[in-house]
Write a protein that binds this ligand. Sequence first.
Ligand SMILES: C[S@@+](CC[C@H](N)C(=O)[O-])C[C@H]1O[C@@H](n2cnc3c(N)ncnc32)[C@H](O)[C@@H]1O
Length: 258
Amino acid sequence: MPRVCVECNLKQIKLSGRLAAVAGFAARGAGVIDVGTDHGRVPVYLAASGYPGDIYASDINVRPLSRARELARAYGVDGRITFLLGDGLDVVCAGDADTVIIAGMGGETIARILSGAGRLYGGVSLVLQPQTKLWRLCDWLDGGGYRVADASLAEDANRVYPVLLARAGQGGGARADMFACLADKRDAALPGYISSLIAGAERAARGQASSRIPADATAETELRFLRKMSAYAGGWDAIVNEHRFRRRADGTQGTGET
Ligand SMILES: C[S@@+](CC[C@H](N)C(=O)[O-])C[C@H]1O[C@@H](n2cnc3c(N)ncnc32)[C@H](O)[C@@H]1O
C-alpha cells in the first residue's frame, strides 16, 4: 500500500537512498529548484510531503521534463510544481528559490552549471550530488566562496555517492569539511567510500603514468589526502580529533591536508 503524507493526504513516492539524502537536505526552505530533474522524483516527493515553498523542476531536454510532469500528475501534485525547460539556472531569477538541487551529474557538469549562474546569491543553499569528479566540484566550491555545511553518503544500485550541502562562507576547504562532516556522523559507509576513491585515483594515476600526458600534481595531492583519510578509516576518533585539532590551530576550520 502506498504511504500517504499525514499533513497533505497525498500518496507518497518512494525514493532511493541517494535521492532520499538529496531530498533530506532540501526539505526546508522557501523555494527549491531541482536542476536536471529527469524523472522528477525529488520535486514530486517534496510536493507530496507538504514542502511549504515554491517548487521548480527544470531540465535542458523536453522528454525528461514531460516524464517529470507525468509523474507529478500521477501523484496529484502537478499544480504544486513549476516545470521549466532550459539550461542550468538560466530558467530562474534571483529570489525564486533559496535551495538549488543539482544531482546525478558529473562534478564538472555541476561546476559548469554553477559557474554559468551569475545569479547565485549569498543566502542560497546548494544540494549537490556528483556522480563523478567530486574533486572538481570541491575546487569550484572553494573558488566560488562556498563551504560544505553538511554531507552524507548514500547508496544507489550498489554504489555509494556523496551528497553535499554547501552554503556561502569560508570553510576549511570543501574536501576536508566533507570528510569532517562524515566522520562527525560516524558514517558507516565512509571507510569503504574512501577505499573506492583511492582505487579510482590509483587507476587514474596508472593510466596517466602509461600515457604521455604530463603528471597531474592535483591528482597526486588528492591521492595523498585520501591515503591519509584511509589511515583513519574505522578509527573515527582519529579523524574527528584531527579536524578538531586543526580547527583550534588556525582558529577557524580544519584543512585535513598535510
Ligand atoms: C542523469 S539525470 C539525473 C536525474 C536526477 N537529477 C537524479 O539525480 O536522478 C541528468 C539530467 O540532467 C539533465 N541536464 C543535463 N545538463 C543539464 C543542464 N545544463 N541544465 C538542465 N538540465 C540538464 C539531463 O537532461 C538529464 O535529464
